[in-house]
Each structure stands twice: as C-alpha cells, then as structure tokens.
Design a protein around this ligand. Structure first.
Ligand SMILES: Cc1cc2nc3c(=O)[nH]c(=O)nc-3n(C[C@H](O)[C@H](O)[C@H](O)COP(=O)(O)OP(=O)(O)OC[C@H]3O[C@@H](n4cnc5c(N)ncnc54)[C@H](O)[C@@H]3O)c2cc1C
Length: 319
C-alpha cells in the first residue's frame, strides 16, 4: 500500500517522489495500490490523476489529522493484511510510518533509499553515520512500514496516464475534536539571558534527577541567580535547552558562577571561564572543575546549595 496524504498541501511532491521510488527504488514483484487520503471533494479528481500507482483507493478524512490517518491505516493493516506500507519522505511520512508500525506491531524504517521485497523479509537501505555510509537493514515483523528518503523528491518521474478507483470511503464522521485542541502553550520556567547575567548557578548531572535540578533552580532563584545547566541535564530534559552553558549553548561572564554537580569538562568550561569567580560543589576532588575553581566544596550539591540559599535569605532579611 502506497500512502498519499492529499490533506497536507504537498500531495504533488509526495506523489512524484513515491512514483520515482516505486519505479527505481523498489526491487521485487509487488502489486501496489495507492491509499489516497483527501479532504476536499473538489480536489479528488486531480489527486487521483497524480497517484503513483494505477489502482487507487480513496478515503475522505479531515485535513491534517495524522491521528485519523493512523486509524484508517490501522484498519487497513489489520483487516486486509497488507505486507508493506510505503510513505512519502519528510517528517509527515516518518511519523505516519512509525505510528502505524507501533499500533499494529509491525516494523518500521524511515528514510529508505531502496527496498527489496522478499517472501519473509524486507531488505532496506538507508543512510547511516550522518550519511557517510549506506546501511542495510532487514525488517521481519509485518507489516513493514517504510518512509522513503527525502532525496527521492529530486528524482521524480511523470505521473501515470491511467488510474482505476477501486473503492471510496468517507471517514469524516470519525473526525471528532482536533487532536491538538487541548494543547496549552507553557512558557519556559527559566528565563534570563545567560550571556548577560551577573550571578550564575550551573547544575550538572550530579544533581541526580529532574527533582534535584528543580531544587537547585529554586535555591538559585532565592539567591537572585540565573540558572544554567550542563549538556547531560539539558539532554535529559531536566531543564529547558535554552539554559545550556558551554560550546553548544551560552557563554557567560558573571561576577560569580557556582557550578553544582558538573565535572567541568572543557566543553562546559568554555561557557564559564570568563566568570570573575568560580565556586564548585562536587564531592570528587579529582573532577576537572576542582582544578579550575577558585573554591571547592566537597559535598552534596543540592544540600549545599539549599543551605547556602537559606543563609543568603536570612542575611537579606536581617540587612
Ligand atoms: C561537541 C561537543 C559539544 C559539547 N557541548 C557541551 C556544552 O555546551 N555544555 C556541556 O555542559 N557539555 C557539552 N558537551 C559534553 C561535555 O563534554 C561533558 O560530557 C558534559 O559537560 C558533562 O556534564 P556534567 O558535568 O553534568 O556530567 P558528568 O561529567 O557526568 O559530571 C557529573 C559530576 O557530578 C558530580 N557529582 C556526583 N554526585 C554529586 C552530588 N551528589 N553532588 C554534587 N556533585 C556530584 C560527579 O563527581 C561529577 O564530577 C559537549 C560534548 C561534545 C562532544
């Protein structure tokens, strides 16, 4: 089944790329049919004409609703036992292939350069190691759900001269509420320009958890400091990525920088080396930060920072 999502506005591009892939990237005997999703009745004929296979099945659905498309495809996969689903390249195709494979217990590969259909398995080639090598993968669990590589957009072929519509279904009644209707945008909790800040606290992996980072952030706020984090903290989503300090993030030059639970690797140090004073809190006196800091507290980071915030708060109250 070749899936052409005509509800997204990029149907022509998808159809040409899929057509090119079917003719030059797909090896092995396959009887393919296009499952064409569309939302506007007026678009229907035009979309059928650009379909990448002669046989076309039409499903009318709500526009840009990947959840509904996934439900339609899940039914097709379960009821009709198709072995292979091919999706266009790009984020939409990757998402749809992955959703379908997860729902029906199949296997997925995204960004395929070519496919070889065999009886019990599908052999796929795709770029690996930042496109320096081509990897060969075998998918076994069916259905095989594959999105094609975006480069197929550049190797398009002409549309087929004739098409046959095998079936027409209408799924618009199943639309219901838009899947993203209840989504709320939440403002980032941390704020402040790290490059400009005067007092900075940097939390590292030694904080131990998101809760540990939250406690360090609360202590930093109490002291009037801005909050930065090391890369493992940002990558674990314990803090927003815009808090990252170091070569991949911000370079700060505060009057005081307290580094809590970070080893002080060179990539982080670049982001704090312009600080007038660096204080480290780390139980390991062999950590690189211990050699680069003006003062080191060899103890638990969260506990020390909370105690320090308490002292600072009391000092301000009595001042
Ligand atoms: C190309 C590239 C770019 C990079 N860019 C960045 C960047 O911009 N920023 C960045 O941070 N990293 C960057 N890195 C990663 C960097 O090399 C380090 O891996 C990273 O800085 C380590 O983060 P960390 O210190 O939090 O963790 P770790 O190195 O794991 O250190 C954790 C520290 O916590 C201490 N600790 C343990 N328990 C406690 C406790 N209870 N209390 C206090 N301390 C404790 C440990 O002793 C240890 O020193 C980059 C790497 C590469 C290859």
């Amino acid at each position: 089944v070749v899936v052409l999502d005509g509800t997204t506005g990029s149907a022509t591009k998808q159809a040409r790329a899929l057509g090119g892939f079917l003719r030059h990237g797909l090896i092995g005997e396959t009887a393919a049919v296009t499952l064409l999703l569309y939302d506007e009745a007026a678009d229907r004929e035009r979309l059928v004409e650009i379909a990448p296979t002669c046989d076309v099945r039409l499903v009318r659905t709500a526009p840009r609703r990947s959840d509904l498309a996934a439900s339609v495809l899940t039914r097709v996969a379960r009821n009709e036992g198709a072995a292979l689903f091919i999706f266009a390249g790009g984020p939409g195709g990757c998402e749809a292939a992955t959703r379908l494979a997860c729902r029906v217990g199949g296997s997925v590969l995204t960004d395929a350069l070519s496919l070889e259909v065999e009886t019990e398995r599908l052999v796929c080639r795709t770029h690996v190691y930042s496109a320096h090598l081509v990897g060969r993968f075998e998918l076994s669990a069916r259905p095989w759900c594959v999105s094609i590589d975006a480069s197929w957009h550049d190797r398009a072929v002409d549309p087929l001269p004739e098409h046959r519509v095998l079936s027409v279904a209408d799924e618009t009644d199943a639309a219901g509420a838009a899947s993203f209707e209840d989504v709320q945008l939440v403002a980032p909790t941390a704020a402040g320009d790290l490059a400009e800040c005067r007092f900075l606290v940097v939390a590292g992996r030694g904080a131990g958890s998101r809760e540990g980072v939250d406690r360090i952030a609360a202590a930093a706020r109490r002291m009037g400091a801005d909050m930065g984090v090391s890369r493992p903290v940002a990558m674990s989503a314990w803090a927003p990525i815009d808090r990252l300090v170091g070569v991949s993030g911000a370079r700060a030059a505060p009057a005081l920088c307290i580094v809590v639970g970070a080893s002080g690797a060179p990539a982080l140090h670049w982001g704090i080396e312009r600080a007038a004073r660096i204080v480290a809190v780390n139980p390991d006196d062999q950590a690189p930060i211990a050699g680069n800091a003006d003062a080191v507290v060899l103890d638990d980071g969260v506990a020390v920072l909370e105690a320090l915030a308490e002292i600072v708060a009391r000092h301000w109250e009595s001042a």
